[in-house]
Design a protein around this ligand. Structure first.
Ligand code: ZN
Length: 126
């Protein structure tokens, strides 16, 4: 039940939950703000997006890059237990992506709340 080790990897349910949330948030963001004609099915070497989302996910190139960065950073988080990112002493995100993911969290968080999907609002919020 109490798996506090962030480095446990891809089968840690806490990490999987966070990864799913990241996919969902970035998907909502891209869907709301970016041109649909730029979007392509996401296919990453590092993570199986289809398995995470339960279906294929389409994002524009910028959002795909951001998602890759976010998923890798979350999967290798060395903090144990993982603090809220904004309280973490070790800001591991590249500053550009950090700013982008904050915008994604703000935009998609608001949208998902309006749709009643408050279950997405969790400790991950920046
Ligand atoms: Zn996008």
């Amino acid at each position: 039940m109490n798996t506090e080790n962030c480095q446990a990897g891809f089968d840690d349910p806490k990490i999987i939950g966070d990864l799913k949330t990241l996919v969902r948030f970035i998907e909502v963001y891209c869907d709301g703000l970016h041109d649909a004609s730029d979007r392509q099915a996401v296919d990453l070497k590092t993570h199986d997006i289809q398995a995470l989302a339960g279906r294929s996910v389409e994002l524009c190139p910028d959002c795909t890059k951001l998602l890759t960065h976010a998923l890798v950073k979350r999967s290798v988080c060395p903090m144990d237990p993982k603090p809220q990112c904004k309280h973490c002493p070790n800001h591991c995100y590249h500053p550009t992506y950090r700013k982008q993911i904050q915008e994604v969290m703000k935009y998609s968080g608001r949208k998902l709340v309006m749709r009643g999907r408050v279950d997405y609002l969790l400790h991950l919020l920046f």
